[in-house]
Write a protein that binds this ligand. Sequence first.
Ligand SMILES: [Fe+2]
Ligand SMILES: [Fe+2]
Length: 403
Amino acid sequence: MPAETLNKKKVLFVDDEPLVLQGLQRMLRSMRNEWEMEFVDGGAKALERMKSQVFDVVVSDMRMPGMNGAQLLNALAAQYPDTIRIVLSGHADQELIAQCLGSAHQFLSKPCDPDLLKKLVNETCQLSGDVASERIRQVVGSIDKLPSIPATYHKLSAALTKEETTAAELGKIIAQDIGMTAKILKLVNSAFFGLRRELSNPTEAVTYLGTETVRSLVLANGIFEESSPLGTRAITLEDIWAHSLSVGQHAKAIMRALKAPESDQNDTFTSGLLHDAGTLILARHFSKAYDEILDLVANQHYPNTLAEQRVLGVNHAEVGAYLIGLWGLPSVIIRCIQFHHNPAQSPEGIEKPNPICAVHLADGFYAKNSRHPAFAHSIIDPTLSEKPWLSGKLEQLQQSLSL
Ligand SMILES: [Fe+2]
Ligand SMILES: [Fe+2]
């Protein structure tokens, strides 16, 4: 088999309308060199085809005779967890979509925007390629919720039972929690909800969706999950939460001190809150290994990314960026997660202040005052302090945050 065939991404399109399939085929002709594409006209045929050829991506219609799209995506999630699952549907399909809110990674609306689909498939496949372990890709691919702090979960449930609760009040509660923020942004950033621009702020997300939709998503569809203990001895959800909230708040304060635009400040808070989502995933799903990792950090002073690499073959930045990319959150948040330990390697670089540098600095400041092995070893890139925008200001910046 020629090498380029091996590297091509395999994408399967499923729709019962032959005209839709033909349209997709025509529209995506330019992708022939990068993708190996197949088109089938029903859910059962798609499952049959997967038996002999596992596809990297499945893009499915919802309303189909026989097996519908929701049933197909739920079956794929159970059998092929690391296949990227995308809904491509019409607006009349809300009910079916509600049945696969957990198993679909992203939701697109018809008519398909080819550039959006290309960007989505290519970026998600790239992030998936960074996670070198198949087992971990499978686990990440099957995650439909990140656990929420029980106290925050109860606060939100109580707020939702009151008629008069406003979007701002709901947004404020959701913005305190890693799992809720990630999930609400997954839903609101999907083209299915008709969004024209990327949203990174939970309050804007609730305002956009409306309190009624959020109420039914939470109470009827159970999009959030109250956490049970993570199963690790060395770290708790509360440890990760306290660190993440602090990094989010301080990264935003750093952007404010550097006089960055308000919208960048909001992006930065959310990016900081989510920057260690990968730690949460690894600690929850590989809890024994995570104890071993934190022992290595505590006893042999390994940086945690290196210890993770040694024990699991991946690090938390790659894993977190993969899940958040898979869920279609704004690119700036994905890159903050991906590069928060090495901002100089990000496409944005470190020549100018940006959300990635701010999250990196806030993470480094936190490390100086932390004795927790998961957070105490983040070192600020020494070349940052030589940059004109930060030169001579690092200590002053840290003091201004009362750290
Ligand atoms: Fe980290
Ligand atoms: Fe961190």
